[in-house]
Ligand binder design. Structure first.
Ligand SMILES: Nc1ncnc2c1ncn2[C@@H]1O[C@H](COP(=O)(O)OP(=O)(O)OP(=O)(O)O)[C@@H](O)[C@H]1O
Ligand SMILES: [Mg+2]
Length: 378
């Protein structure tokens, strides 16, 4: 019988696991939040991932449960594990991707380089941190943020009063994370795959470009990266994967500072936007690798298939049409571009697809990717 992977969450990451699952002959089942989601092609159930009975019923019919996002509550995960279901990444690893304060504390224990940070529970504590860090800082809600939502640059302790108020209403209580405002030259991401039985493989470190807090573009490998930079980044990725017991794909978002240090920004324990280039630019895509890893199969080669790969996100999409209305023009102009779409309705700022281009001349590869993606905008 075919191996069966169950993915909780029906977004584009689950969707992009479908093609490699079909190729491998792995049966993929998705528990989607709603009808008509990105991964609806493989949705065998629709239901609430916060409900233990719903997730358990879904999980009983698969060999391993994995995720499209990190929002499944710990008590639901504990129920699955208690029933003997294989869950990868497991709850003990996932908790570090679910809560940025928990992550910061653990990375400190592991001796990982990271921005100065603190947990703050009121405006006075926040003001004290700001005063100690040159008059500005970055405040983050520890849980539930994505695409820059839940991240705010502040210069006064009162600028997070709304978030403190929300925390006060939360039964769990808690604190906000505050970090020094890092003076970075660029942002990088390091991906690592790890099997439950321990083997790890690192991908080349990549450069990520954020606009308005959202990933806009990725260049693989990161240009101008010395052997030392590549080794340090891979070392951080492997240390975190092993130190936190991550299984499946791990993405470590990094800042490269003006004095050439790497600092850990945040973690994702699933395929990640910074790895979409690997679909067309690496021997083994992150989506195939994630399936292999969570099934504890041997990991695939992570080498690039060409000198460069550039991934450009399609953010928002066409104002009045679907993406496919623009296919013909984009494909005609840029036959080397690989267009990936998520089956989502265009909406301002929303990630609805991306374009990958691979080749040996970075200028040309980047130009082609940006130009092809622009056909889907406006
Ligand atoms: N301490 C910091 N100093 C400077 N810039 C920061 C800092 N923390 C975050 N940023 C900027 O804000 C962006 C979003 O922050 P972060 O990655 O923590 O949030 P997120 O919403 O969880 O992100 P994602 O879009 O990856 O889900 C970062 O990519 C970076 O550009
Ligand atoms: Mg981020």
């Amino acid at each position: 019988m075919a191996l069966r992977v169950g993915v909780v969450g029906g977004g584009q990451l689950a969707r992009m696991m479908i093609a490699p699952a079909v190729e491998l002959g792995v049966e993929i089942r998705v528990l989607a939040e709603d009808e008509g989601m990105s991964a609806s092609l493989a949705a065998t159930a629709v239901g609430d991932y916060r409900d233990a009975d719903t997730v358990l019923a879904f999980a009983r019919d698969v060999d391993v449960v994995t995720f499209d996002h990190e929002h499944v509550p710990q008590d639901v995960l504990a129920t699955l594990v208690g029933e003997g279901i294989a869950v990868h990444p497991g709850p003990d690893a996932l908790k570090f991707a679910q809560d940025k304060l928990v992550m910061r504390a653990r990375l400190e224990e592991l001796g990982m380089p990271q921005p100065d940070w603190a947990a703050v529970t009121n405006a006075d504590e926040l003001q004290a941190f700001i005063d100690d860090h040159g008059g500005r800082a970055v405040v983050k809600t520890p849980r539930g943020g994505y695409d820059g939502k839940g991240v705010r640059v502040v210069s006064a302790g009162t600028e997070a009063d709304d978030w403190f108020a929300t925390l006060a209403e939360d039964a769990r209580g808690g604190a906000l994370l505050v970090e020094e405002l890092v003076d970075f030259t660029r942002e990088l991401a390091q991906q690592v795959a790890r099997r439950p039985s321990g083997a790890v493989r690192a991908y080349p470190v990549v450069e990520t470009v954020q606009r308005d807090g959202v990933c806009a573009e990725v260049i693989a490998p990161a240009p101008h990266s010395s052997d030392r930079l590549q080794q340090v980044a891979a070392g951080i990725g492997v240390s975190i994967a092993e130190g936190l017991g991550v299984t499946g794909m791990l993405a470590v978002e990094l800042f490269e500072t003006t004095d050439e240090r790497l600092l850990v920004n945040e973690l994702a324990m699933r395929p990640h936007n910074s790895g979409h280039w690997s679909q067309d630019g690496a021997v083994t895509s992150q989506f195939e690798q994630h399936l292999r890893a969570v099934l504890d199969l041997p990991l695939g080669d992570t080498d690039p298939v060409a000198g460069w790969a550039v991934m450009v996100n399609i953010l928002g999409g066409p104002a009045e049409e679907s993406l496919d209305a623009r296919f013909a023009a984009a494909m005609d102009e840029h036959p080397q571009a690989k267009v990936h779409t998520y089956g989502k309705a265009p909406r301002p700022g929303r990630k609805v697809g991306h374009v990958n281009v691979v080749g040996d001349e970075l200028d040309d590869v980047a130009y082609q990717a940006r130009a092809a993606a622009s056909f889907f905008l406006g």
